[in-house]
Design a protein around this ligand. Sequence first.
Ligand code: NAD
Ligand code: TYD
Length: 352
Amino acid sequence: MTILVTGAAGFIGSNFVLDWCQQYTEEVVSLDLLTYAGNLENLSSLNASPNHHFIHGNIGDRELVSQLLKKYQVRAVVNFAAETHVDRSIHEPSDFIETNIVGTYNLLESVRSYWGDLDEMHKKDFRLLHVSTDEVYGSLSKTDRAFNETNSYKPNSPYSASKAASDHLVRAWHQTYGLPILTTNCSNNYGPYHFPEKLIPLCILNALNGKQLPIYGDGQQTRDWLYVKDHCSAIRRVLEKGKLGETYNVGGWNEKANLDVVKTLCSILDELKPKADSTKYESQITYVKDRPGHDRRYAIDATKLERELGWKPEETFETGIRKTVEWYLANEAWVNHVVSGDYKNWVQKQYA
Ligand code: NAD
Ligand code: TYD
């Protein structure tokens, strides 16, 4: 049997597939549309692996997905495929509606049809794990408690609204059709293979290239950061032990203001790659126009996952962020390919 991983050439999907193939011999089918965010180079270390199959395609293509499910006798689907960048969703929401909502709907229908035809034993063991975000819960005030699974959904951006819609569809397919689903809602990830439109990789690369480090608004918005490998271990745990139909919040209790995150990156770079003119990277910090509808604070309460499934993260923010900077410094070829591709400082052009 096999697992099908969608969005497998993206940031978290590729980390998940690489970790999975390192730990298990079970076959993996990676499905990805290879949008601007999908990068096959992330999976290139698996090129010679007989247990890994890459398929270029859309989660919304029912014929293709149905064929894959049958051909590979898939026992679990992990759905990472999505449009994911809040700024892009503000400027052009249509792909977010298409992939995150309509795509998820079509994926659910392909999976429902396949699952319905399985024999009783395989039907019982089958799982669809839908990977989602804490952004569906909206924004917290300074004094609010961290989001837990009982918080109501109050998404504020086109991205988070589209993810919220997909979560609702997934839930409804369980309630209505009995589809064996699990949903995870995770905080902001960081780590290897992160596309440099998001805050952490953008600032590492801009710092090294002598460019501005754009801080939206006052930089006091907080995010709850989790090292990507810890997110992957949480997903594996939920897939293995999660209760059907349940949602699990994933986070590492690492709430940080954006400005502090960027200053931390700067001081690690000062130590690992001091500038030739001995000025500090912090001097590149530039305050720019705020993002419209910018959520002030996200914080995740991961108690349910920790207590019920015994998961805990391995990295603290301090260890994870250092590993991340080291990875970007050590992987110059990957960085060069990514920055010379589709991504052309798009975000800075919008907000400078
Ligand atoms: P990413 O943008 O790096 O990767 C998304 C991948 O999905 C890309 O490889 C892209 O080519 C692929 N894709 C897009 N549309 C597709 C389609 N229609 N069919 C097949 N593939 C398609 O995103 P990421 O940061 O790796 O996020 C993965 C998932 O995790 C998303 O669902 C996101 O909402 C969720 N998530 C992300 C974070 C985070 O901090 N990055 C946190 C919590 C949850
Ligand atoms: P981002 O990495 O885009 O993730 P998300 O919007 O999903 O949380 O942004 C993280 C935070 O950093 C968010 O509060 C917006 C802010 N930000 C900046 O201040 N400057 C930037 O250049 C970017 C990309 C983000």
